[in-house]
Design a protein around this ligand. Structure first.
Ligand SMILES: Cc1cc2nc3c(=O)[nH]c(=O)nc-3n(C[C@H](O)[C@H](O)[C@H](O)COP(=O)(O)OP(=O)(O)OC[C@H]3O[C@@H](n4cnc5c(N)ncnc54)[C@H](O)[C@@H]3O)c2cc1C
Length: 421
């Protein structure tokens, strides 16, 4: 049982941090809970920043994890706009804010998330170069897309990953001209592989997006501080008024690294290395959300999952572990995306190189199907596109680790539940 006079400190007020604070109180912890975040906004969810909020369909208030008053009501000491810049593991303190305030912790949670990778090319200091991670970025980008739409302007998006494609869809809905530059031969290549990436390329082309595959940006050309064009390594020049760098995110590990905590290898996506209970190499320090790399028994590897559901469930799992509960964190990775009228959910983990077969169930041409990635007959991952209420059987097929009959898997007339052993 944890003493009521203990202090639990959470660094990072994203979804993982906010949900951890909520769970500590829900589990009956009566000690001090201190949540410190370098952003000035109350903890919010990021998915709407590239979808409903960016499109002006969801109001600003809808993105927050809790009402502002919730924190005081639950006796959560919230320090917004304050950066934690050091952890002293011997004294068990963290230092934060301009005045270097020191606060003691009995247990510490690092939920520092990730930050957008920057383009390392000439021209990135121009006014029209953007990133998308924070609410303030989304507010700015929303104005930019609306103006581009009005003026027939052009945005070049570096990166055909989820955020690049979602912004491409939003930009087209505003009426902007869009070019996506992507080094791989298809969008979403690193997650879906070439078989499924093409379906997303077709979707976007039908909505007027231009793709430039097999190329990287080498320079953003400007004049008087404004973007004029974006150049690629094959010598092409794309007219642009704005450029979005959507080339992935890096886990925010600097604090953990300076404190001497073990980090995961880059080959496993980097991040703070935690065990199956989200404990770091220091048993009084936990990590959750985008920044944490945890061992996943199902896939026999460490995973660092940069998705909403992992922050939603990982934050609470870390909070329970901080309270001494002994449950392992072993959820099947899950995420979703919305682009135009396509909605999808993906469960599992099957990047290129890990699977040997892709099975499609339904009509990929109509974009109403489920794709399965298999290895030696086992389902590693499944993605349902415009087909709903199938996440539970897909995840059961993954967790069963038993070979399935692939003909039946491809046949929409055979209920998925019948295939689960
Ligand atoms: C635009 C966008 C769209 C997305 N859409 C989807 C989607 O459709 N589906 C999906 O599954 N996932 C989506 N994601 C991913 C999902 O939002 C993330 O996985 C989730 O936000 C991770 O939550 P987190 O709490 O781990 O980290 P974060 O949300 O990054 O929060 C970490 C917080 O800690 C703060 N911080 C870091 N270091 C310090 C420090 N030293 N001191 C104080 N504060 C610090 C950061 O500023 C940040 O506020 C999207 C992400 C983005 C950016």
């Amino acid at each position: 049982m944890v003493d009521a006079d203990q202090t639990f400190v959470i660094v990072g007020g994203g979804l993982a941090g906010a949900k951890a604070a909520e769970t500590l109180r829900a589990e009956g912890f009566t000690g001090r809970v201190i949540l410190i975040c370098d952003e000035r906004d109350h903890p919010y969810e990021r998915p709407p920043l590239s979808k409903g909020y960016l499109l002006g369909k969801e109001p600003r208030e809808s993105v927050f994890v809790h009402e502002p008053a919730w924190y005081a009501q639950h006796d959560i000491e919230l320090h917004l706009g304050q950066t934690v810049d050091a952890i002293d593991r011997t004294a068990k303190t963290v230092r934060f804010g301009d005045d270097g305030t020191l606060v003691h912790y009995d247990k510490l949670l690092l939920a520092t998330g990730a930050e957008p990778r920057r383009l390392d090319i000439p021209g990135t200091d121009l006014a029209g170069v953007h990133h998308l991670r924070r609410l303030s970025h989304a507010e700015r980008l929303k104005g930019v897309l609306a103006a581009l739409g009005r003026d027939n302007g052009h945005i070049v998006i570096a990166g055909g990953g989820w955020i690049g494609l979602e912004v491409a869809a939003a930009a087209r809905e505003y009426g902007a001209e869009v070019t996506v530059v992507e080094p791989e031969p298809t969008p979403l290549h690193g997650v879906l592989g070439p078989e499924l990436g093409g379906i997303f390329a077709d979707l976007h082309r039908e909505h007027g997006v231009r793709f430039h595959f097999g190329a990287r940006l080498t320079e953003i050309v400007g004049q008087d501080g404004m973007v004029l064009a974006a150049r690629t390594d094959d010598g092409e020049e794309h007219p642009a008024h704005d450029v979005l760098a959507a080339i992935g995110a890096a886990p925010r590990t600097a604090l953990a690294e300076a404190a001497g905590l073990a980090l995961a290898e880059r080959a496993h996506g980097g991040g703070i290395a935690v065990d199956h209970r989200l404990r770091t190499s220091d048993p009084d320090i936990h990590a959750a959300g985008d920044v944490a790399s945890f061992p996943h028994g199902l896939f026999d590897t460490r995973l660092r999952v940069e998705h909403w559901a992992n922050a939603l469930h990982g934050g609470p799992a870390a909070a329970r572990a901080m309270l001494g509960q002994k449950t392992a964190y072993a959820r099947v990775p899950y995420f979703f995306s919305d682009q135009y009228d396509l909605g999808m959910e993906y469960s599992g983990w099957a990047p290129p190189g890990t699977y040997d077969e892709v099975v499609i169930r339904g009509d990929a041409g109509k974009r109403e199907f489920i794709a399965f990635w298999l290895k030696e007959g086992h389902v590693l991952a499944g993605m349902n596109v415009n087909v709903w209420d199938v996440t539970a059987p897909i995840q059961k097929l993954i967790t069963s680790r038993t070979p399935v009959n692939t003909e039946a898997l491809a046949d929409p007339h055979v209920p998925l539940a019948d295939l689960v052993p």
